[in-house]
Design a protein around this ligand. Structure first.
Ligand code: COA
Ligand code: NAP
Length: 271
C-alpha cells in the first residue's frame, strides 16, 4: 500500500520488538533503513534482517546509547555520510521495569528519564539538521502510561508524558520548515520485551487482552502499519498528534488491568 522506494529512514532503538518491526516494514516498502541501539550484536542482526527484507536498499546500523551525546553525534555523522538527508526518523529507544514509586531509587527514576525523555530530545536534536525540508517526518514511540495513571509506572509515565509534550512543542516549532512530528502510543503488544516485563506470563497477558475493547493484544505489525501511514503523504496534514494504536485500551481498560497486575505481583511477592 505504501511506496518508500528511495526514502531514507532512521529508527533509533530499532533493533528489537516494536521498533524493529517498524524498521522492517519501511524496508519492505522499499526504503533505505538505518537502525541504532546499544548492543552491536543486536544492531548487526537487525541490519541482516533489513538486507533480507529489501536487498536493493542501502541499510546500515550504529551502536550507541542515547544517553551518550558523543556516541549519538558519531552515529548520526555515520547516517549523514550514507544518507545525505533523513526522510523519516523514528525515536523509540526506551527502558522500563515495574517498580513502586516508594521503593524506586533516584537513579532508577533518572535512568528511565535519561533514556526515554532526555534521550529522545537528544535524538531529535541530532536529526533536526538532517531532516528533509519540506516533507520530513518524525515519529516518537510513546506509551499509554503518558496519560493513563498506572501503578508501578511513575517513572515511565513521567518520561513518556514528556515525550508527548516534546512532540507537540516541536510540531509547533518545526512545522514552518515542513517537518511533521507525531507520537504513536502502542497498546499491549504481544511478543515484546516491554509487555513481557509488565505482564510476565501467558495467563497475565490473556487477562490484559480481556481488558482491551477490541479483545486482543496488539501485534508489532499493527504499530508498523500506523508508522507507515503517519510518514506517508496520506498524513501530510497531521502533526503534533498523540495517536493511540491500542485497540481502545487507553480508554479505561489499561488502568484497571495494570492495577490488577500490580496487586497480583504484590500478593505473590508476599507469599
Ligand atoms: N526495580 C527497581 N529499580 C530498578 C529495576 C527494577 N526492576 N531495574 C533497574 N533498577 C534501578 C537500578 O537498581 C539502578 O538504580 P540504583 O543505582 O539506585 O541501584 C537504576 O535502575 C539503573 O539500573 P542499571 O541496571 O544500572 O541501568 P542500565 O542503564 O544498565 O539499564 C534499564 C537501564 C534499567 C532501563 C534496563 O532495564 C534496560 O536496559 N532496559 C532496556 C530494555 C527495556 O526496558 N525494554 C522495554 C522497553 S519499554
Ligand atoms: P525493546 O524490544 O526492548 O526495544 C527497545 C529498543 O531500544 C531496543 O532496540 C534496545 O536495544 C533500544 N534501547 C534501549 N535502551 C537504549 C539506550 N539507552 N540507547 C539506545 N538504545 C536503547 O522493547 P519494546 O517493548 O519493543 O518497546 C519499543 C518501544 O515501544 C518503546 O519506546 C516502548 O516504550 C514502547 N511501548 C511498548 C509497548 C509494548 O507493549 N511492548 C507498549 C507501549 C509502548 P539495546 O538493548 O541494544 O539498546
Amino acid at each position: 500500500m505504501f511506496d518508500y522506494k528511495g526514502k531514507n529512514v532512521v529508527v533509533v532503538g530499532g533493533t528489537s520488538g516494536i521498533n524493529l518491526a517498524i524498521a522492517l516494514a519501511f524496508a519492505q516498502a522499499g526504503a533505505n533503513v538505518a537502525v541504532a541501539s546499544r548492543s552491536a550484536e543486536k544492531v548487526n542482526a537487525a541490519v541482516k534482517l533489513l538486507r533480507e527484507a529489501n536487498p536493493k536498499g542501502t541499510h546500515m546500523g550504529a551502536s550507541f546509547d542515547v544517553r551518550d551525546v558523543d556516541g549519538l553525534t558519531a552515529g548520526f555523522s555515520q547516517f549523514n555520510v550514507h544518507f545525505s538527508q533523513i526522510d523519516v526518523l523514528v525515536s523509540g529507544a526506551a527502558g522500563n521495569f515495574p517498580a513502586p514509586a516508594a521503593l524506586l531509587s533516584e537513579n532508577g527514576f533518572k535512568s528511565v528519564m535519561d533514556i526515554d525523555l532526555l534521550g529522545s530530545f537528544q535524538v531529535l536534536k541530532q536529526a533536526y539538521p538532517l531532516m528533509t525540508r519540506p516533507g520530513g517526518c518524525i515519529i516518537q514511540i510513546s506509551a499509554p502510561q503518558a496519560f493513563v495513571a498506572m501503578p508501578m509506572q511513575a517513572h515511565v509515565g513521567a518520561a513518556k508524558a514528556g515525550v508527548d509534550m516534546l512532540t507537540k512543542n516541536l510540531a509547533l516549532e518545526w512545522g514552518c520548515e515542513g517537518i511533521r512530528i507525531n507520537s504513536i502510543v502502542p497498546g499491549p503488544i504481544s511478543g515484546t520485551e516491554g509487555f513481557n516485563r509488565l505482564a510476565p506470563s501467558a495467563e497475565l497477558q490473556e487477562r490484559v487482552a480481556k481488558s482491551v475493547p477490541l479483545q486482543r493484544n496488539g501485534l508489532r505489525q499493527d504499530i508498523a502499519n500506523g508508522a507507515l501511514f503517519l510518514a506517508s503523504p496520506m498524513a501530510s496534514y497531521i502533526t503534533g498528534v498523540v495517536l493511540p494504536i491500542d485497540g481502545g485500551w487507553s480508554l479505561g481498560g489499561a488502568s484497571m488491568a495494570m492495577a490488577e497486575l500490580a496487586l497480583l505481583a504484590t500478593t505473590r511477592a508476599k507469599e
